[in-house]
Design a protein around this ligand. Structure first.
Ligand SMILES: O=C[C@H](O)COP(=O)(O)O
Length: 248
């Protein structure tokens, strides 16, 4: 088994009130959480500082997006410098909902990843194919190309976690089978070894995301190239603790 530290992200998306956040904070604090697993929660921007103040430092807090400029006339956007200023160290970039609903392109996502890294954030960079792309046999082509666009700008991958999230498995209850996910992760790692660098391939952590639950996480976590999860719906529920502990 590779020595990459298992990393589980909870992407709350546009969910949560202060009351619900209190419940989530409570189950995260009660844990117990596997100390060998790194945990990061992706929080709506308006609650970032609040959640950061409630959680122990060992749990990372991520913004769900940020822009590729320091400051200026970009109404509605967040600067990586602002995130650092309030004690936030992580950001999720290129989630399929940003790609599909907000029309973010591979090129823009790559620029955002580079900018966020340059400003000292750690990045969960999301990639993944649609159902149509999978059914037309283009899964690998799509995820390789999304990764390569980032690699054209990013040379140091130390602070990057890749989240492979097949779009057809997000919020649908249709999880990729452990073997389907493993096949893509393995192929992507081989692609990275050949085209980006062998050291990057060995060290970069690749999360799986898409309908991960307490019930299916252990089988997925047993796959050698799955280094963690990016969890949506289940990250709002106490079962998130079981997902964090999937390798135990
Ligand atoms: O970022 C998380 C993914 O979109 C997965 O969401 P889900 O676990 O609700 O399918």
């Amino acid at each position: 088994m590779a020595s990459r530290r298992f990393v589980v992200g909870g992407n709350w998306k546009m969910n949560g009130t202060k009351k619900q956040i209190e419940e989530i904070v409570n189950f995260l604090q009660a844990g117990p959480l596997d100390p060998n697993t790194e945990v990061v929660v992706g929080v709506p921007a308006v609650y970032l500082e609040h959640v950061r103040s409630k959680l122990p430092a060992a749990i990372g807090v991520a913004a769900q997006n940020c822009y590729k400029e320091e400051k200026g006339a970009f109404t509605g956007e967040l600067s990586p410098l602002m995130l650092k200023d309030i004690g936030i160290d992580w950001v999720i970039i290129g989630h399929s909902e940003r790609r599909q609903i907000f029309k973010e392109t591979d090129a823009l996502i790559a620029e955002k990843v580079k900018f966020a890294l340059d400003k000292g954030l750690k990045v969960i960079a999301c990639i993944g194919e649609t159902l149509e792309q999978r059914e037309s046999g283009k899964t690998e082509e799509v995820v390789f190309s999304q990764t390569q666009t980032i690699a054209c700008l990013v040379k140091d991958w130390t602070n990057v976690v890749i989240a492979y999230e097949p779009v057809w498995a997000i919020g649908t209850g249709k999880t990729a089978t452990p073997q389907q996910a493993q096949d893509v992760h393995k192929a992507l790692r081989e692609y990275i070894a050949k085209n980006i660098g062998e050291d990057v391939a060995k060290s970069v952590r690749i999360q799986y995301g898409g309908s991960v639950t307490g019930a299916n996480c252990k089988e997925l976590a047993a796959m050698p190239d799955i280094d963690g999860f990016l969890v949506g719906g289940a990250s709002l529920k106490p079962e998130f603790v079981s997902i964090v502990n999937a390798r135990q």
